[in-house]
Design a protein around this ligand. Sequence first.
Ligand SMILES: C[S@@+](CC[C@H](N)C(=O)[O-])C[C@H]1O[C@@H](n2cnc3c(N)ncnc32)[C@H](O)[C@@H]1O
Length: 297
Amino acid sequence: MHHRIIFGDSRDMVELAQSSVHLVVTSPPYYNAPFDYPGLFSDYNQFLSMFKDVAKEIYRVLAPGRIAALVTDDMLVNGRRYPLVSDITHTMLGEGFRYRDKIIWVKPKGYTRISRRSGVAIQHPYPMYFYPDNIQESILIFQKGKFDYANIDLLQEKDREASKIPIEEYNAKDWYITVWNITNVLPVKGRIEEGVAAYPDEIPRRLIRLFSFMGETVLDPFLGSGTTAKVAKELRRNSVGYELDLELEKVIQRKLKNAGIKTDRLEFSKRTDGKHLRTKLQKMINAQRTVTRKNKS
Ligand SMILES: C[S@@+](CC[C@H](N)C(=O)[O-])C[C@H]1O[C@@H](n2cnc3c(N)ncnc32)[C@H](O)[C@@H]1O
């Protein structure tokens, strides 16, 4: 198995040939999410334009019939809610994808990360003070045309058998319904994924098992801390990841080393369009936290 990490902007995935990847599992930046990416984009249109370019590239590099799964959520920035779920769906459709499914990822009650908006109605128990706490995200599933199921018969028997979906787990853990209850990565200080808005391993684990075969290649165009590559390794798939932020190199290296990926199976390359983001974003996040604390006291 081979794992390739490219530091550069995934609006251009020149390293990948047309139809060369079998599955895309990713989570685009949540626009200017206040506690992860404040000010990353100058405005929402810039975010949408970036995403459109990446969607075009995803369509080009994905093999016919295959799946692109995107984890995203609408985002509240400076008091205004941005409809990422709907805009990302429209963009993917505009680039030629079929809309196949939407899974709602539900996090445990009480694990809300940003603020307890629901407290407003407790302080003011009257109509119009309702602001619910958000404990869900969407997993949007798109397909490039139709899959030819005859391809499964062409696989080597050992790969086909090793790719079988674990039906006991599928039933016992409710993979088969459109609501997945999965604990999020907890915002513990000093954790390896701090400030990256990482998804838990269980999300790529289910998607990779449900939509790819052993030995195939999984792409994550917004690699972040490297979760998709780590899980691809564990499930004996190849992976390619693009990440814009050069400062995540150590994080990704650590995560993949912990997953037992040997260095001769790992290829890191840096393009000139890689950027230094993390330190700058962390400074802005800390400044925001100070303001929030001051406003509370
Ligand atoms: C939501 S995070 C992904 C987290 C990842 N799923 C994980 O588990 O760690 C989105 C990532 O996309 C990166 N990014 C933003 N714009 C990008 C672009 N144009 N090309 C490549 N990476 C980009 C950000 O730096 C960030 O690390």
